[in-house]
Design a binder for this molecule. Structure first.
Ligand code: PXG
Length: 457
């Protein structure tokens, strides 16, 4: 089976044997999966030769863009030298040491210790164990509950999926114990007639209400994405995070920032915590850590938590691929390129300002109620009535229709409900931003025409 097989044959084999994530298997089999064959910069090529601009950097992860040969060379060299060894039994290797040191250098404050995993979900499962073990060692073994947000996303393992606040995920397989949720800081969809600032405070104060309801001595930690990604790029009001931070400090609960999407330049700083003034005890990382070239994730842990858990004998947790040498070597090369090519500065000083101007202008479109962007992650809310911030009927499937128009125009954008999302590779140029926004606008126009033709607008 190679790229040279006819697309239809590849699709048939895919339908026969490949169980896709988050997919209606039968529906896709009937339709045929799109076969992606190559990547270069912000561009993808599919088996039919379409040149697609990838507005989603894969799954929010290909920060340095596709096709960087340096990473392939580093992977090959590491594979030839030491393709695998574990870090379990009093052993280590240079890629794991060097990557942990580099992450500690880039991370803010006293986030100096890295527990590696193979993915963001696994890293969040590590975090559950870490914070519960921390309170165990502090003599409060009952202090286990972790508070998270509805419509947050923290992965698909039983732990990560339970921390997440997406009910369809909970419905498929259940949840683990000791997780509680509070409402999300989603002003457009849930703010009613409150001002954004008042709404941000109100939603943050739900954390204090929940802590008092559960009992402060039972709450181990709070976990949140600086900006909810898979939830629809929900950028919180500026009053939200300072209030969350104040409440965590007041009750002495550990604060976990899930930076799987917002980490490594996505918001215009190395970490989203810096953009939003959050001081976490633990940061979850993955995706942009390696730009998706190798599967790797981890937890960056502050001195205090590392000393308490690390000083209490063996911590019974870890994965075969924790700190995998090839993944670690590739991640290290990714971070070298990000620094040498000043990619975070490019986001902050060039790409974000340029995109913001054109992204904000989309709010003039009849379909668009709100256009928001932080760094290079953005969303537009589609609405039939801007003033009322109204929602389309679910059956209209507006997000899906709009995403299909994007695909037809060789642009990849994500639809989350009736919100359209972009998170392009951080290396996108101003010329490529023009192409992206032009194709997005054309897709919105076509979606609008379609809705009017179907009497939905
Ligand atoms: C904030 C956050 N935390 C944890 C994870 C889990 O990481 P892994 O997938 O590597 O286990 C994520 C992953 N985010 C993610 C993964 C897959 C699809 C989409 C989407 O928006 O369609 C988003 C994430 O966005």
């Amino acid at each position: 089976i190679t790229n040279h097989l006819p697309t239809a044959e590849l699709q048939r084999l895919d339908a026969a044997h490949h169980f896709h994530p988050f997919t209606d298997k039968a529906g896709l089999a009937a339709k045929g999966a799109r076969v992606i064959t190559r990547g270069e910069g912000v561009w993808l090529t599919d088996s039919e030769g379409h040149r697609i601009i990838d507005g989603m950097a894969g799954l929010w992860c290909v920060n340095i863009g596709y096709g960087r040969k340096e990473l392939a060379q580093v992977a090959a060299r590491q594979m030839e030298e030491l393709a695998y060894y574990n870090t379990f039994f009093q052993t280590t290797h240079v890629p794991a040491i060097a990557l942990a040191a580099e992450i500690a250098k880039l991370a803010p404050g006293d986030l100096n210790h890295v527990f590696f995993a193979g993915s963001g979900s696994e890293a969040n499962d590590t975090n559950i164990r870490l914070v519960r073990r921390y309170w165990d060692v502090k003599g409060m073994p009952w202090r286990k509950t972790i508070i998270a947000r509805w419509n947050g996303y923290h992965g698909s393992t039983m732990g990560g999926g339970s921390l997440g606040g997406m009910k369809p995920i909970h419905a498929h397989g259940g949840m683990i114990d000791g997780i509680a949720h509070i409402d999300q800081p989603y002003w457009w969809g849930e703010g009613g007639d409150m001002s954004e600032d008042d709404f941000g405070l109100a939603r943050a104060r739900q954390l204090e209400e929940k802590i008092l309801q559960i009992g402060p001595d039972n709450v181990a930690a709070f976990i949140g994405e600086p900006v909810q990604g898979a939830g629809g790029v929900i950028i919180p009001p500026k009053t939200y995070w300072p209030e969350i931070q104040r409440i965590c400090d007041k009750y002495g609960i550990l604060l976990i920032a899930d930076e799987v999407i917002t980490g490594f330049g996505r918001t215009g700083n190395w970490f989203g915590s810096q953009t939003f003034g959050i001081k976490p005890h633990i940061m979850t990382i993955a995706k942009g850590l390696s730009s998706g070239y190798q599967p790797i994730g981890g937890s960056i842990v502050c001195d205090e938590v590392a000393e308490v858990v690390g000083g209490a004998g063996e911590f019974f947790h870890g994965y075969t691929y924790s700190g995998h040498p090839v993944a670690a070597a590739v991640a290290l090369e990714n971070l070298r390129i990000m620094q040498d090519e000043h990619i975070v500065e490019h986001v902050r000083d060039v790409a974000h300002p340029y995109l913001k101007e054109r992204w904000d202008a989309l709010a003039d479109h009849p379909l668009v109620g709100e256009a928001k962007l932080v760094g290079l992650m953005g969303s537009i809310a589609l609405t039939p009535d801007k003033a009322k911030r109204a929602k389309f009927p679910e059956a209209a499937n507006v997000g899906y229709r709009c995403r299909e128009r994007c695909f037809a125009n060789d642009l990849i954008m994500r639809a989350v409900g009736d919100r359209m999302i972009i998170a392009p590779p951080l290396v996108i140029t101003t010329g490529e931003i023009d192409i992206l926004v032009d194709r997005a606008k054309k897709s919105l126009d076509e979606c609008y025409q379609g809705l009017k033709a179907d009497g939905l607008f």
